[in-house]
Design a protein around this ligand. Structure first.
Ligand SMILES: Nc1ncnc2c1ncn2[C@@H]1O[C@H](COP(=O)(O)OP(=O)(O)O)[C@@H](O)[C@H]1O
Ligand SMILES: [Mg+2]
Length: 337
């Protein structure tokens, strides 16, 4: 089975006057249709840059310097093929056709996705007309239908309101409607519930789950909050300093996490009965300066389990398979044993 999306050894660097920031430094994963892959890690670990890379919208002075982003293309033949998004000109027609149509993205702050001077309906219709050949009348009907699907009451009336006239939760729903109106195969959700209060957050997660069931899209769900990741993901990628520290199915990650970084993140999650909250993971110490080069494990300086082992400090980064579907980058556990 060819995955909908396959990311191989992705490296994205920002070339700044102060030095090179290796925002994403050799990340690999694949995304299956109808499944959600959660990407979790502290702020600054490279999560958003992974999402932006898939849409070919990494801002300058950032650049994809290595790797492949393979999107499955189901042609007319029996065998699906793959197109490498890294090889496409980001502003060329092919990349633009893929954005929004095959891959769509939603963000923490819907106000940045919507223009304040147009009604939400006209913007959803615009997204639709960009990628499909529909009449104005048909586009309006489809926009209303989509607003209804995302749970906006009285969509026939609400379609004509401006973004600022909606509450935060309703605006987030409208952004989801705009992202999904072209029925993309992949939805990248970058901290979509972080700005919302607990109740609304839970509603949006429910909504994404039911839309996934209905449309079968794959979701890449980015969050710094492991509690939220646990609610929605099938598999989880734990990233730190632009690298994957651990990758496992969600139940394995929550019951048998191996990486000291994952375990530290887990310790900061409230109990299972506590409602999902917007807390920030607190781990002693801070992320290393992003423009430094770290030869060994990037978590070395903060790790409370490695006892300052020299292999942890020096051993080059490598993600190792430790069990079926379970990958780990911890020199102490992978090399010593
Ligand atoms: N436009 C930019 N210019 C320079 N550095 C950037 C830019 N965007 C991101 N970075 C750097 O890339 C790293 C990863 O950032 P990001 O992906 O936004 O982290 P996250 O989403 O996990 O919080 C950080 O060190 C950040 O400073
Ligand atoms: Mg981010």
């Amino acid at each position: 089975m060819v995955p909908v999306l396959q990311v191989e050894n992705l490296r994205v660097h920002f070339f700044l006057d102060e030095g090179v920031v290796r925002a994403v430094d050799g990340v690999s994963f694949s995304l299956e249709a109808g499944k959600t892959l959660g990407i979790v890690g502290e702020s600054g670990s490279g999560k958003s840059v992974i999402g932006l890379s898939i849409l070919s919208i990494v801002p300058a002075p950032g650049r994809i310097v290595d790797g492949r982003i393979l999107l499955r293309v189901d042609g007319t033949g029996s065998e699906p093929s793959q197109v490498d998004l890294v090889k496409l000109n980001p502003s060329g027609p092919e990349a633009r056709a893929l954005r929004g149509h095959d891959v769509a993205m939603i963000f923490q702050e819907p106000m940045n996705s919507f223009s304040p001077v147009h009604s939400i309906g006209s913007q959803i219709m615009e997204a639709l007309k960009l990628h499909t050949d529909v009449s104005r009348h048909e586009a309006r009907n489809r926009a209303i239908e989509m607003l209804r699907k995302v749970g906006i009451p009285q969509p026939e009336r609400r379609i004509d309101v401006y973004p600022h006239e909606l509450s935060g939760g309703m605006r987030q729903r409208a952004m989801i409607a705009m992202a999904l109106v072209c029925n993309p195969r992949i939805l990248i959700a970058d901290e979509p519930t972080t700005a919302l209060d607990v109740t609304v957050q839970a509603q949006i997660l429910d909504l994404l789950r039911s839309l996934q069931e209905e449309f079968g899209m794959a979701i890449l769900f980015i969050s710094h909050n492991l509690g939220v990741i646990a609610e929605i993901s099938h598999d989880v990628l734990v990233v730190y300093f632009g690298r994957v520290m651990e990758h496992a199915p969600v139940d394995v990650l929550f019951s048998e996490a191996l990486h000291p970084y994952t375990r530290a993140l887990l310790k900061s999650v409230p109990g299972i009965d506590t409602p999902v909250r917007n807390y920030l993971a607190t781990i002693e110490g801070t992320l290393p300066d992003p423009s430094t080069q770290i030869p060994g494990c990037p978590f070395f300086g903060r790790c409370t389990e490695c006892e300052g082992l020299t292999i942890c400090r020096d051993e080059p980064y490598e993600l190792t398979k430790v069990a079926d579907h379970h990958y780990l980058a911890c020199p102490r556990l992978c090399i010593r044993s």
